[in-house]
Ligand binder design. Sequence first.
Ligand code: SF4
Length: 235
Amino acid sequence: MQEKIDQVVAVLRQAVNDFAPVCFASSLGAEDMVLTDLIARHGLDIELFSLDTGRLPQETYELMQAVSERYTTPLKVYFPDKALVEGYVAQNGVNGFYGSVESRKACCFVRKVEPLRRALSGKRAWVTGLRRDQAVTRGSLEVSSFDADFGLQKFNPLLEWSHKDVWAYIRHNDVPYNKLHDQFYPSLGCAPCTRSVTPGEDIRAGRWWWENPDSKECGLHVSAKIAHGAGVSAS
Ligand code: SF4
């Protein structure tokens, strides 16, 4: 385990040395809590931020508060552009994302992708907590590669970690985590688009469960061209 931890810290240090300024996009999931702990523990010069979509579960806000109380590394929170949200709701309805994949991706664009672009602006690299075995859409990821969609280097230091590794680290280091994980929510996101799974089900089965597995990304980790669906107006 220590070897795996050392490798992650080495990747994070490489990111800081070669690509400063670097930021870490935390969704406050279990993997992201491991990285938050390591970044804070080693005093790495990496900006920590989260996106508040406006539709997060209460448990996620509780964790956000716990992170700011536990760590000296500040957690910066980005919110969606209010005009874009108002435009989306006017055209699609407040829960329009259940209607079609296109409408769902449009909501994810407004509430996640656009704020992410602002968060990444001016950075040379970003770090994520993606793991390879989380979804069929993540099979070809690399630990470090150029992210052409956002125009900066992307680091996935936990790529080869297992679910078990993540939870071993959290338990061993008493890292705060989202209490919804204790209620069989392995993958967390917005409240209306996340549900619990039954033992043995795919870990992404609780996200956008009404869609085909191939479409299950929010646009943060796939081409923004795909994510930018209809029904979004910047005006
Ligand atoms: S996960 Fe659901 S509520 Fe959240 S931004 Fe995407 S479609 Fe909208």
